[in-house]
Design a protein around this ligand. Sequence first.
Ligand code: NAP
Length: 248
Amino acid sequence: MRSRSRRVLVLGGTREARTLASRLDSEPGVEVISSLAGRVREPVLPVGQVRVGGFGGIDGLVHWLRDNEIDAVVDATHPFAARITANAAAATAWIGVPLLVLRRPEWVPGPGDDWHVVPDLVAAAESVTELGERVFLTIGRQGVDAFADASGWFLIRAIDPPEVRMPERSELLLARGPFTVDDEAALMRRYRIDVLVTKNSGGALTSAKLAAARRLGVPVVMVARTPIPDGVASTTDPDVAVDWVLHD
Ligand code: NAP
């Protein structure tokens, strides 16, 4: 018989993490603490306890997990938040705390899609110049500087303004999804977009741009995800993550 609640750290910053935190918060015998990096100025907060800010690398995370007597960690961060995922894998392995990675499923190309899959943003910047002149850049605000010296004109959409160097010929559009396919297609027509750049984040909230690109015959430069670290358990299903916390 467990003498205290099972204390679970949910590494968050995503809708999946908020869903998981809310599900776990209603479970008797589970105490959930969500962690946010603190990058977004007005984040949507999960229910339950929340802490904000980096841990200070692997060492900092190890200390935090020990100090807070964490029994299990679910990494539900964005599929492109590779550093915190690597840190979580290293820190939990070091002190023997179970870790599960919860990742939303990837987008996959369908009939009519013209995707050009690249490994990273540097390769994406090289690829756009070959594909078009008027670029719709939807990679968030981080990494925009990879395109700073690329030729072409850029419509850059992000939730908060990038704090890095941007392409000279560009316009910034601050907006937060979800977006509809009709609106995305209208936006792309209005700006005469001839190539779309995105990261394979997955999820329904921001996938309308892909359907709009298909509809308009616009090629997509798709940045592939970084693989989950070797030996780390993972799922795309929040139900599996809840079961894992309750029964593992
Ligand atoms: P990252 O490159 O993997 O992480 C950089 C550093 O930020 C980490 O080393 C860690 O600092 C801190 N950090 C990241 N996530 C954290 C969390 N959930 N709680 C506490 N500290 C965290 O991550 P990122 O790409 O900058 O993303 C930051 C956050 O934004 C993530 O939580 C992610 O879920 C969310 N997000 C990212 C994207 C994206 O495209 N990358 C999109 C939407 C949301 P320390 O080393 O000091 O611990």
